[in-house]
Ligand binder design. Structure first.
Ligand code: BG6
Length: 522
């Protein structure tokens, strides 16, 4: 049976013209470190399979999984096939296509800091390249625990598996999963380690939010249309809200989350990346460094939150037991691998300023939380009120214009404005003009990992985070962590609590109410 999106693909739709990807990468091999882990099974192999299905990978392409678990090639293939069946965008898996794809999928066991294992890896890789006629282009994907990032890169260096770029030579690129450091110091140290072995242009620090179709569309929306950019500044914008809410709790990742918390897990990377795209100046070209230069300026212009305003600009909280969609769920402290006295935040709300001409005086409110009533990621640009209201009492229902960019789910863009209600009286009501990906293009947006893996194979780093960006965002975020650590040291805490299934603690509402504003109900 065809899925809805497959059926809609058969219908004529002028908006789909030009949707065909014409960039096919050169033949290459991808080595996945941490291949027996969850990411390979849930995201990486399903993305590679869907790319193959859409004929976006080169005809000659190999995958070599590397991990600590002992597995045969066939056992690895079987595990990956199950992953694709469960998670690939292009499902069900086509048996003939899978058989052809899986023939070039291999597995090699080894430890990340064992030079002998890396020499064996090199021999195996060269054998595969020789047999398949691959030119030696390589992508190394580090989907290991973060503690293995530096050892793997050192081992790659010792085995001379990822030489620096040279004209006429095959490419070697390294994709590094998150988190890239846990604070400014560790991010800097990791940058130093990787730069010892690799050139910055070989390093692809992944933030899967940048692979999301609507995040990319933000650039097109802003810079391919003439009418929005003139309004995109402090003359017209009252404030900006960025929300990243999830209904899930910490699931089986309590151990990791205890060390991370929402500020590290969602804000330092995903939300600050989204913010930098929403707030940046137009780049001189749509090229990796030109775009990243402008994002970096935003991150560097984030004003450090002064001590005196800390309590008015930072709210953190943890979910208590509650209910979501009629189901009772436990509080964070009762989750597996979480301390019953944990002070880790599962919600954070921030008010921040960007010290630039464009944004002087415009507050950006960010919030991210687990166990909220709805899964939503959106940017809402709230414009200032009309300078003079003509409609007296009848105009009391007029709301300021809001442009909301929905990153997920229901990807799209909506503009709210006031409209006259039909009829003889001058009644005014808020209405919305909407664009939705699903209905306009008749296709589901591709998975973020598909886009990012393809871009790396093509050597396009635009949607990856550069080393200086990572340091700039840690530099801002680490100050907040330091302040929290000082609170704990002083025996007090600003950690609040909210029932699972709510929009966060009252303190987050008070933060906006103090400015005469309120959070949007997404
Ligand atoms: C990950 C975080 O980076 O992003 C998770 O570690 C979070 O805690 C996830 O759930 C959210 O991603 P998405 O794509 O589901 O919004």
């Amino acid at each position: 049976m065809k899925t809805l999106s497959e059926e809609s693909l058969l219908l004529p739709n002028p908006l789909r013209e030009g949707l065909v990807e014409e960039r096919i990468p050169e033949p290459a091999a991808m080595v996945i470190f941490g291949a027996s882990g969850d990411l390979a099974r849930r995201k990486l192999l399903p993305a590679l399979y869907s790319l193959t299905r859409d004929r976006l990978l080169p005809a000659r392409f190999a995958v070599l999984g590397f991990g600590r678990a002992t597995l045969t090639d066939d056992a690895f293939r079987e595990e990956m096939r199950r992953g694709c069946e469960e998670f690939a965008r292009r499902r069900p898996v086509d048996p003939a296509l899978w058989a052809a794809f899986a023939r070039n999928v291999f597995y090699q066991q080894g430890a990340y800091d064992d030079p002998a294992a890396f020499l064996r890896l090199k021999v195996r890789l060269e054998e595969i390249e020789h047999t398949l006629g691959l030119p030696g282009n390589r992508v190394f994907y580090l989907s290991t625990p973060p503690s293995a990032f530096a050892p793997v890169i050192r081992s790659l260096g010792h085995a001379n598996l990822a030489p620096k770029p040279a004209p006429g030579q095959p490419f070697s690129r390294v994709i590094i999963e998150k988190p890239f450091g846990i604070d400014l110091q560790t991010a800097r140290a990791l940058n130093t380690e990787v730069h010892d072995i690799l050139a910055e242009q070989q390093i692809y620090r992944i933030d899967h939010y940048l692979g999301k179709e609507t995040v990319q569309n933000l650039l097109v929306f802003r810079f391919a249309n003439g009418i929005f950019e003139p309004l995109w500044n402090n003359h017209f914008v009252d404030h900006v809200q960025i929300t990243g809410s999830e209904t899930v709790g910490v699931e089986a990742r309590g151990g990791y989350f205890e060390q991370a918390g929402s500020l590290r897990d969602m804000v330092q990377n995903h939300l600050l990346q989204v913010l930098s795209l929403a707030a940046m100046e137009p780049p001189v070209a749509f090229e990796a460094d030109a775009v990243r230069d402008e994002k970096l300026k935003v991150l560097k212009a984030l004003r450090f939150i002064p001590e005196s305003d800390f309590e008015h600009q930072v709210v953190r909280a943890q979910y208590a037991a509650g209910s979501i969609g009629g189901q009772t769920v436990p509080g964070y402290r009762s989750e597996p691998d979480v301390s019953p006295r944990s002070t880790t935040e599962t919600f954070v709300a921030l008010k921040l300023f960007i010290d630039s001409w464009r944004w002087a005086g415009v507050p950006f409110y960010l919030r991210s939380g687990k166990r909220m009533p709805k899964r939503v990621t959106e940017i809402a640009i709230q414009f200032k009120e009309a300078p003079h209201l003509l409609f007296g009492k009848r105009g009391e229902t007029i709301r300021p214009n809001v442009l909301s960019i929905r990153i997920q789910p229901d990807e799209g863009i909506a503009l709210n404005f006031g409209s006259k209600l039909p009829g003889p009286a001058m009644e005014i009501a808020p209405v919305s003009m909407e664009f939705r990906y699903g209905s306009s293009f008749g296709v589901e947006p591709p998975e973020a990992y598909e886009r990012l893996l393809l871009d790396c194979l093509l050597g396009d780093g635009t949607l990856f985070t550069r080393g200086d960006e990572v340091e700039a965002s840690w530099s801002w975020v680490s100050r907040i962590h330091q302040r929290w650590a000082a609170e704990v040291a002083a025996g007090r805490t600003t950690l609040d609590s909210y029932p699972a299934g709510s929009w966060g603690p009252e303190a987050a509402d008070r933060m906006l109410a103090a400015d005469g504003r309120a959070w949007r109900l997404p």
